[in-house]
Ligand binder design. Structure first.
Ligand SMILES: Nc1nc2c(ncn2[C@@H]2O[C@H](COP(=O)(O)OP(=O)(O)OP(=O)(O)O)[C@@H](O)[C@H]2O)c(=O)[nH]1
Length: 202
């Protein structure tokens, strides 16, 4: 018996070092890993959340930001129900690269996928190089949702993923998207599931 009603795939992309892995680990494991190494290729973690009366399983794909892995990571875009584009608010360079990530989405992802822009590392107040307005304007120009987060302080991280789960659940209920339940068995054969945790909505 499956213990969830819907399965959705969420793919995180963005420059190396912006905090993608830390966001995923904060959400799935509730921790901020010290000395996090660069992601090699792609990794995924799973977390089941409660949305209204339904259990929703999020399969969260954490892609490597380094250019040399681009051809591997691009192959994961197509089946994504949501794409989260992360930049680092203390790195204007990571913000400047956003148009390249948008191009990747346009080229490889489904046009039904939800896109979310995330400015991470808001705890580093003194080092900020990208303003809240910069992020808000970029997101509205590209019709993306937008959130600033701190994986370190657990600020807005649950909200990021729960909002995605809620929106995808709404859409599947009105048949705007299909859930990815049938594909989980295939995925699980090829990848290690790093974690399975349950959480309740607060
Ligand atoms: N202060 C602070 N540091 C963070 C935060 N999120 C991540 N970091 C740090 O940023 C560095 C890179 O984090 P990762 O999660 O590995 O970044 P990534 O985007 O997954 O990097 P790649 O795997 O190379 O693509 C690590 O040293 C983290 O400790 C945050 O919210 N605040």
């Amino acid at each position: 018996m499956e213990d969830y009603k819907y399965l959705f795939k969420v793919v995180l992309i963005g420059n190396a070092g912006v905090g993608k892995t830390c966001l995923v680990r904060r959400f799935t494991q509730g921790l901020f890993p010290p000395g996090q190494g660069a992601t090699i290729g792609v990794d995924f973690m799973i977390k089941t959340v409660q949305i209204g009366d339904d259990k929703v399983k999020l399969q969260i794909w954490d892609t490597a930001g380094q250019e040399r892995f681009r051809s591997i990571t691009q192959s994961y875009y197509r089946s994504a129900d949501a794409l989260v584009v992360v930049y680092d608010v203390t790195s204007f360079e990571s913000f400047r690269c956003l148009p390249d990530w948008i191009k990747e989405i346009e080229q490889y992802a489904s046009n039904k996928a939800i896109t979310v822009l995330v400015g991470n590392k808001t705890d580093l107040i003194e080092d900020r190089e990208v303003s809240l307005d910069n992020g808000t304007n970029f997101a509205s120009t590209h019709e993306m949702r937008f959130l600033e987060t701190s994986a370190k302080e657990a600020d807005n991280v649950d909200k990021l993923f729960l909002d995605i789960a809620e929106e995808l659940t709404k859409r599947v209920q009105v048949h705007e998207v299909e859930d990815s339940k049938d594909e989980i068995a295939i995925c699980s054969q090829n990848h290690t599931v790093s974690a399975t945790y349950n959480c309740c909505r607060w």
